[in-house]
Every structure is written in structure tokens, then in C-alpha cells.
Design a protein around this ligand. Sequence first.
Ligand SMILES: *Cc1c(COP(=O)(O)O)cnc(C)c1O
Length: 419
Amino acid sequence: MSGSLSSVDPQIADLIKAEERRQTDTVKLIASENYVSKAVLEATGTVLTNKYSEGYPGKRYYEGQQVIDQIETLAIERAKSLFGVNHANVQPYSGSPANLAIYMAFLQPGDTVMGMGLPFGGHLTHGWSVSATGKWFNPVRYGVRKDTGRVDLDEVREIALRERPKLIFCGGTAIPRTIDFPAFAEIAREVGAVLAADIAHIAGLVAGGAHPSPVGHADVISTTTHKTLRGPRGAMLMATSDEHAAALNKAVFPGLQGGPHNHTTAAIAVALGEAATEEFKAYAHQVVANARALAEELNSRGFDLVSGGTDNHLILMDLTPKGVGGKPAAQALDRAGLETNYNSVPFDTRKPFDPSGIRLGTAGVTSRGMGTDEMRQIGVWIDQVVTALAKGEDEAEHVVARVQGEVRELTSRFPAPGL
Ligand SMILES: *Cc1c(COP(=O)(O)O)cnc(C)c1O
């Protein structure tokens, strides 16, 4: 009971070390990931994991909450002050259960929910068919225009007027452009729907002032805490009206969850404290500047970027003109030390498990202190690997080996936080 991890379970300890090595040596371009600080990591690995605290601060079902109540209250207060909301719930286990809590709070099974379709950049939990939210509710979907790659708000309004959803989601997982919260709010008001802004991807940009805030427009705000916000795996639900606040709290507990993960709550509080600093503001703006630089480099090299570029941390590109599928490209890039994910693009003619695109994000590389020069270099490497791959696997392996060496040199100059 008192031995360290490496003596108690060397197998797991070695695997964790190996993952740490891998994260150190690769350039993380996965748009949903980041590197948390040492302080956030430290908070997650604490004795707080031992404590049960069903309920909310001051209203618990177990004794011994003297300390936990203070921790959760701090997390809540920091969330309220950072995002400028009256209410925050920091207990959802992750983004998907947080979104389910929104359904639980405002809908009955079979009610209509409107969200962006998954292939257009929406999330599974916005009513996609394989998700519980698409099976137990009646989903209707909007997408993006083929010519612009952007959401057409006239189309969103038409669908909303026709289908009368009770709940509308805006936001998603592969949206490279600014979300027009006021326009969505107007549509939601017109049809009497609850508007949920899912800012899982962009929460750090919103907190840092690098993306407009949904506060004052959306009825409910849902976010993960581990993407651009750079906290532990977790989620939050926020609202400005007390009425919605009560419904959300009841939906999270006892509606969907039991005890909150207190070690995570503490780490969320730490991350929110970090996100309130001037340093984080500069970080958020650098994330966007980096994405723009990477997009420009890729554009100039003939890559087909969905919507032509980016306003945030994320780039989605269609590799069809390069003559390569998204999956083989992502795999070759990973061998070169450039970690991305293959992704469907709007109107994709290929299957989701073998789609046409890849998705890139700059939250992680910016946390390592990389700037626009490094982004241009990364753009060059991506082009070299993809272009070589189009000529065949053998050709690609030479290029991959060379790029991998160069990537290793870059990552050694930019140590990752927390590692
Ligand atoms: C990541 C994400 C989620 C889900 O978060 P998990 O923590 O993976 O469950 C929900 N909505 C959006 C828009 C996301 O990007």
C-alpha cells in the first residue's frame, strides 16, 4: 500500500513513461487535445479521489465535506468570474454527459433537437443517429453550404421554423470558423427553443478573448475543460438564468450522475485560475495566430481547406486534390511525429472510417511555446509527407524518416508543459 507506482506495478509505470516519451517527441496537432500544466496534473493525482460528495456545496449526502465544499466552491466561483456567468456546474464527468444533462433538463424523450450534423462538424451528442441523443430524441440537422463551407443561418432558421425543435445546439468539433451566437439566439427565440452553445473546442479562446462569448446569447453553455481551456478531462455547464441553473443542477445530480470526481474538480479550479491570467490571454491569441499561419502555409501549398481557412484553433482540410485519403495521410504523418486525426469533410463521398480529410489544431503546439515560424515549418513537413505519400508508400517512407528526425529536433527545443 505504500510503494510507488514503479515498484507496485512496473508494467503500467513503464507504459506511462512510454506515453510521456511519445508526447514529448511528437508534435501534437490534434485539435481536441492540449498539454496541461504541472499544477493541473498534480491536482488530479491526489487523495481527493478518495472522497464521495454527492450533492452540491452545503447540501451533501455524506459527511466530511469540510474541504471538498471549499474546493468545489472555488471551482464554481472561478468559472463564474472567468466566463461572466451567474451559474456554473463543474460536476459533469465529461463533455458527452454534460450535453446529456441538457436534454435531461429541458426535453422529454421523443422531443425534437436540432444540431449540426456530425459530417459537417457537429458532435455525436447533438443528436447524431448512433448516439443516445439521436435514438431517444427526434434529431433534425443543419450543415454548411457547399460553396462556402460555412453555416448558412438562413437555412438554420428555415429548418427551425419547419421542425420547431425544443433545443438547438450550436458549436461542434470540426468548425474552423467563428460561431455566430447572436444569430443562433435570434432563431432560438423565434421558435421558442432553448439554445445550448457547446464551446467544448473553443472555451479557452472564449476565456482568453480570442473568440466571441456566447454569454448573453445562449440559454445554456456546455464545455469540456480539457481542450483549448487546458484543464483536466471534465466538463462544465453554465447559465445566466436561475431557472435554467436549477434545472441543470438537478439534471447532473441526481438526474444522471452520482458523486463528482473531486480530484478533477480541484484540477478544473487550478486550470480556471490559470486561464484568468494575462499569460493565458496571450496564449489564446497566439493559438489563433498560429492556426492562421499554418493555414496560410497549407493554402499556399495547394491544400483544400474547408471554408478556405480558419478563425480559431482548428483547420479541416480535404485531401482529395492531393490524391490521398485522410487515414493513410494521418498514419504517415504520425510516423513522422506529426499527430493529427483523419476526419470527414462536409459532403464527404468516403466513409467515416476512411474519410477524405484531416483535422489539425494549434492548442497543443502553442502550449509548448511554438510560434508562427514553427507553424510554417510544420506546414512544409505536412506537405512533404502528403506529397510523397501520393507517389507511393516507398517514396513516403524516406520522407517520413527524414521529417521524423527534423520533428525530433524541433520538439527538443520546445519542452511540453507538465512533462
Ligand atoms: C469533445 C466534445 C464533446 C465531448 O466531450 P467528451 O469529453 O469527449 O465526452 C462534446 N461536444 C463537443 C463540441 C466536443 O468537441
